[in-house]
Design a protein around this ligand. Structure first.
Ligand code: CA
Length: 432
């Protein structure tokens, strides 16, 4: 696929981009949570359970009872099934999420501003320091460098600060019996029951996003069973309670996805004059030497110390205008984690920031850059001070914040699109 400005503006949802993914860790194709703000949002309390009608409840009970035999065939004992599945009640609230369309499309620069923001960079550097011995051990045993591992951790669960709040068994049980992807979710339900059965994680500690991704690394249960490692050697693969297991498993995922030790994910590059943009796209691989012959070079003038025949692809995420990237095999490994260009770029750019590298040289094609979470909090405070009820001041811009933004934009003569950018923040700061 050729990333274009249109693509960047229209749909940075994993939902759409996941279609071409081989086997992402956590994307439950084809629907995914709306990409705004894309980062796991702080949710201090679990969303309210939507109870089933008596008729739905009867259907659910019959459905679950009918899963006992296939679960057993998948390796779930009757005892495990009866204790953890037969006792479930559905949460009908997860079903609308299956078909949810993003209500607010997010430009790539806004997505990145929220994910690769000053808070995540600062906290990531703290994690690098705190877990330096562990990360060194992960690197020794897997070949994956600390900054990459920590960047995945930061984007997936905000360094363990946000796992999602929905009881996983309940979500998966519901999705296994209602909605249009029951076969997929049944299989994930059996996988998560096996995790409980093995004693890796207690059932009550299994909380996650609505679709089943959970823990520090936000693995789906099937990914968990395939990829998770007992890095701390206590006999359990615990990606909820053990940071060593979580970080070791993240690295293991990247290794299984083709990680090349010591190679960079890619570089920001200059686009040569007259460059044929049809050559861009992650799957349009050419030898590094071919790109270099066309005039592709690092924006900072640095050398690319890789063999001339290294396969590489050009990314122009917002078309000819905006930053361009030459990416290698490790970018694909990161991409496989969640099968979206926006996601892979966020991890890659966060990893650069965690290494202390400077940010992008080329600006994104906008005169109104996006806001990080601290700036979103500030914006919510300013809106509150003006009498708007934006709900919790948490940096997550929900519908109440959007509505307040629209009203202020209209008042200030801006296009009332509900988007939070630097221009609006500046005007409100200045008391306009
Ligand atoms: Ca362990």
């Amino acid at each position: 696929m050729i990333p274009t400005a249109r693509l960047a503006l229209v749909a940075l949802s994993a939902a759409i981009l996941a279609a071409c993914a081989p086997a992402p860790v956590k994307t439950p194709p084809p629907a995914a949570p709306a990409p705004e703000p894309a980062a796991p949002a702080p949710t201090p309390t679990a969303p309210k359970v939507v109870p089933a009608t008596p008729e739905e409840l009867a259907r659910f009970r019959a459905c679950i009872a009918g899963l006992r035999a296939p679960a057993e065939a998948a390796g779930v004992t009757d005892a495990t099934f009866d204790r953890h599945a037969l006792t479930l009640t559905p949460d009908m609230g997860v079903l609308p999420l299956l078909d949810r369309q993003p209500e607010f499309t997010t430009a790539l620069w806004d997505y990145l501003a929220a994910l690769v923001d000053s808070r995540r960079i600062a906290q990531g550097k703290e994690r690098l320091a705190t877990y330096a011995p562990l990360l060194a051990e992960v690197q020794t045993r897997t070949g994956v460098d600390p900054a990459t591992v920590v960047a995945v951790w930061g984007v997936e669960s905000d360094y363990g600060q946000n796992f999602g709040q929905r009881p996983l068994l309940q979500s998966l049980g519901t999705l296994a019996c209602f909605g249009r992807r029951q076969a997929f979710f049944r299989s994930e339900l059996f996988e998560v029951l096996k995790i409980v059965q093995r004693g890796d994680v207690r059932a009550e500690d299994l909380k996650g996003s609505w679709a089943g991704a959970f823990g520090h690394t936000q693995f789906m249960p099937s990914t968990y069973n395939r990829i998770a490692v007992d890095f701390d050697g206590d006999g359990r693969r615990d990606l909820v309670g053990s940071i060593p297991d979580a970080l070791g498993s993240t690295a293991n995922y990247l290794v299984k996805s083709g990680w090349r030790t010591g190679q960079p994910w890619g570089y920001e590059v200059i686009v040569p004059a007259g460059f044929n943009t049809a050559l861009a796209g992650r799957t349009n691989r050419r030898a590094l030497s071919e790109w270099q012959a066309m005039g592709v070079a690092r924006v900072d003038g640095g050398s690319i110390d890789l063999p001339a025949d290294t396969r590489a692809a050009m990314l122009l995420p917002t078309g000819r205008e905006g930053p361009a990237f030459l990416v290698f095999k490790n970018y694909d490994a990161i991409y496989s984690y969640n099968a979206a260009e926006s996601y892979a770029l966020a991890i890659s750019l966060l990893s650069n920031a965690l290494r202390g590298e400077p940010g992008l040289r080329t600006p994104w094609p906008t005169d109104d850059p996006g806001l990080g979470r601290d700036e979103r909090v500030e914006l919510q405070r300013l809106l509150t001070a003006r009498g708007y009820d934006v709900g919790a001041i948490d940096g997550v811009l929900g519908s109440a914040s959007r509505e307040a933004i629209r009203k202020e934009q209209a008042r200030l003569g801006m296009a009332p699109d509900g988007r939070a950018g630097q221009k609006l923040l500046r005007q409100l700061r200045e008391g306009r």
